[in-house]
Design a protein around this ligand. Structure first.
Ligand SMILES: C[S@@+](CC[C@H](N)C(=O)[O-])C[C@H]1O[C@@H](n2cnc3c(N)ncnc32)[C@H](O)[C@@H]1O
Length: 187
């Protein structure tokens, strides 16, 4: 494939231990606009400003090859979804960091199944302002694939702060801490 301007391409297994660090390094590179400004002489002297390692949008169209064995296919799909969520938890931009009400967005392809609904309910719904299921017209109706479009990453510390600002009761805060522990423990 010919290189696309402004697009960096990595070919690797997203589930490998190295993937997070490699993509994170790209997120810390100077932005295209910073490089363009420097080339056009609009930037000040000195080093180019590096990226902050955060992303506004993370989009995963990854899907494991279907085997026809529903249990194995659901498991493989959920393994990818969990790994993408772990990545998003570290790299999505929080609303607080940019002074907005809503943080970054995450789009994840998945294999529709009750186990996947559980992942959405326990992991995605509590961590985003809004999560919707989307089945684009281009996706074959007989295919179990679908997408969750997750908008407004709450950012764990910011969410905790919101909870305390609202004078959340101790039991609410404990329930939230417990949920975070379960989330990180099961990922
Ligand atoms: C539905 S296709 C995506 C097609 C792609 N968006 C395109 O338009 O060409 C699913 C892709 O996910 C990739 N994939 C599955 N597991 C992966 C993994 N662990 N790491 C990286 N890519 C993976 C597969 O290789 C396959 O190309």
């Amino acid at each position: 494939m010919d290189p696309l301007p402004g697009v960096r391409t990595l070919q690797m297994d997203f589930l490998s231990p190295e993937a997070d660090a490699c993509i994170a390094e790209l997120l810390r590179e100077p932005s295209v606009s910073a490089v363009t400004a420097a080339l056009e002489g609009d930037a000040g002297e000195g080093e180019l400003e590096r990226g902050d390692g955060k992303a506004d949008v993370i989009l995963s169209d990854m899907a494991a090859n279907f085997t026809g064995n529903t249990t194995a296919d659901v498991e493989a799909s959920l393994e990818i979804c969990k790994s993408v969520f772990k990545f998003a938890r570290r790299h999505l931009r929080s609303a607080e960091s940019i002074g907005r009400n809503w943080g970054g967005a995450l789009v994840i392809k998945h294999f529709a199944h009750p186990a996947a609904d559980g992942f959405r309910r326990k992991i995605l719904n509590p961590n985003f302002n809004k999560v919707v299921f989307v089945k684009p017209p281009s996706s074959r109706s007989e295919s179990p694939e679908g997408y969750w479009v997750c908008m407004g990453w709450k950012g764990t510390p910011a969410y905790r702060k919101t909870m305390s600002r609202k004078s959340a009761s101790r039991s609410e805060q404990e329930a939230f801490s417990e949920q975070i522990q379960q989330t990180t423990g099961s990922l």
